[in-house]
Design a protein around this ligand. Structure first.
Ligand code: SF4
Length: 142
């Protein structure tokens, strides 16, 4: 606790293979958030990760290099929520599918500027309109 992300990745973890650059670290498990390399000096503790939209969560860390597509990463973690959704609330059940559809569109090179606004609106709707804690952190990886 309190060790910086940079130290964990580059000293304890031995750095990025192949001399590639660090792009981001996804912290906190599927409901966590991605901390960009520009904030790698953040201390890994509850308050430190929270200020960048991530969390301690399950303690998981996924280290991504410069070749990682962050839209793919967002889709990967949203898939978890989609699969885990029990289906009771429409925002969670339908919203995650809609968000994944927009992310797919972007990764296929068909994205439009307005898709970002749609993603933000869906994320807020899912957060505010869902019943349980599964859906609350949905926008975090995005
Ligand atoms: S927010 Fe919770 S209760 Fe609602 S559909 Fe998702 S998993 Fe089910």
């Amino acid at each position: 606790m309190g060790t910086t992300l940079d130290t964990i990745v580059n000293v304890i973890g031995g750095g990025i293979p192949g001399g590639k650059k660090l792009k981001a670290v996804q912290c906190g498990g599927p409901s966590g958030g991605c901390i960009p390399a520009s904030h790698a000096e953040v201390p890994v503790d509850y308050e430190g990760l929270k200020q960048y939209g991530a969390m301690m969560g399950s303690g998981g860390m996924v280290v991504m290099d410069e070749d990682t597509c962050m839209v793919d990463v967002a889709d990967y973690f949203l898939r978890f929520t989609e699969l885990e959704s029990c289906g009771k609330c429409p925002p969670c059940r339908i919203g995650t599918k809609k968000m994944r559809g927009l992310l797919k569109k972007i990764t296929e090179g068909k994205g439009e500027e307005s898709d970002i606004e749609r993603l933000e609106k869906l994320a807020i709707t899912i957060q505010k309109g869902s019943l349980c804690a599964l859906a609350g952190p949905v926008p975090n990886p995005c």
